[in-house]
Design a protein around this ligand. Sequence first.
Ligand code: GDP
Length: 430
Amino acid sequence: MGLFDRLFGIEKAEDPQEEPVVEVTEEVAAPAEASEPKQLEEEGPVVEAVEEVAAPAEASEPEPLEEVEVAEIAVEKVTAETLPDYYVQMRAQLDAASRKVEEEQFQDALEEVRKRRETEAEKYNRSLQKTRSGFLESLNAFFANFRTVDEEFFEELEELLITSDVGVQVATQLTEDLRQEARLENAKKPEDLRRVIIEKLVDIYDKDGHYEEEINFQEGLTVMLFVGVNGVGKTTSIGKLAYRYKEEGRKVMLVAADTFRAGAVAQLVEWGKRVDVPVVTGPEKSDPASVVYDGLERAQAEGVDVLLVDTAGRLQNKDNLMAELEKMGRIIKRVIPEAPHETLLALDASTGQNALVQAKEFSKITPVTGIVLTKIDGTARGGVVLAIRQELDIPVKLIGFGEKLDDIGDFNSEQFMRSLLDGVFVTEME
Ligand code: GDP
């Protein structure tokens, strides 16, 4: 059964999960909106995200705890002489209490995330909302505009597809196929072609039907190297994956091999603390390959299952970056000849075609085995997945759905296309 049939055939019609999916999404989204103001904003996006989820647990403000402790000291110790001591003690106690409160809130938030885990389908539906409605709006406007199938129809369609970020190749191929089809079937009315357009789009995406989206996990230690330019979401993805793999019962370790950028190591160390996994670091500006070597040795000695390595997104120039990644690769192979088992390139979906350019550039620098597509939520440029599939020989393997701890998932083409094209035939059926 082809992808189009799987998406729009019997299976979709009978899918009993469709209704609840929407309901649950709304339920989860509603309290998040009510979570203002965010008190811990300076702690970064993770805490922010976690707090959003934890908002309903607001009732747990443990103020009475602080008041009782302070009152006790006041009664026992405060005199004119002991006032300074009392003041210092009181501050220390308040600080400790507030740290405890923060820790408790963080643990509560973690618990909330665990309890209220969105299903994969919900995550795809939520994250693709902007892309989906953008595409549907353009498509509907396009069909409303044309009464006949003429050359202008095809030209406009090609333009619509290009502006939907599906890439020039997909747009050209689809329009060309459609011209032929329209000629063969002698289609006169544009609406007749709606179904054919979607079918072609899915067929072009389906390509040879091979996806290879799974992570190449090993029986023993799996080494995953993360590459990509700064700001695309590499470190965040590593943190989220560490949390996820740990939750799955794997032993995880992180390696901070981006020794070049000030703050990169600290950011990863922070993630390590947050999700409670060890992070291997070296001195500032030290040789990243030697940090990776230390990481590998420690991972082997401690029976780690997954080693996630953060690398520099940018050096003085491309040659330096290439040399560094090559050296890292050599060192890794010296310890484990088949490693790294994955070299994953992080790409920011919201950069659209620029993400494609980055992928082409990085492939020249180092062999990339998969893509982590981040920030698909919050962008209308999710169509770039079709361009990636068509124009690159690199499968998307992981997808970032947002900034919460569990907002990362294995990429699933079928689910992606299902969410992207949800509702595309509604007009036709009405
Ligand atoms: P790096 O320089 O590639 O390591 O990028 P970072 O991991 O520091 O991420 C840059 C920013 O992107 C941070 O503010 C992250 O919270 C944000 N980010 C990362 N992944 C996602 C995602 O999937 N969705 C959203 N909305 N934001 C993300």
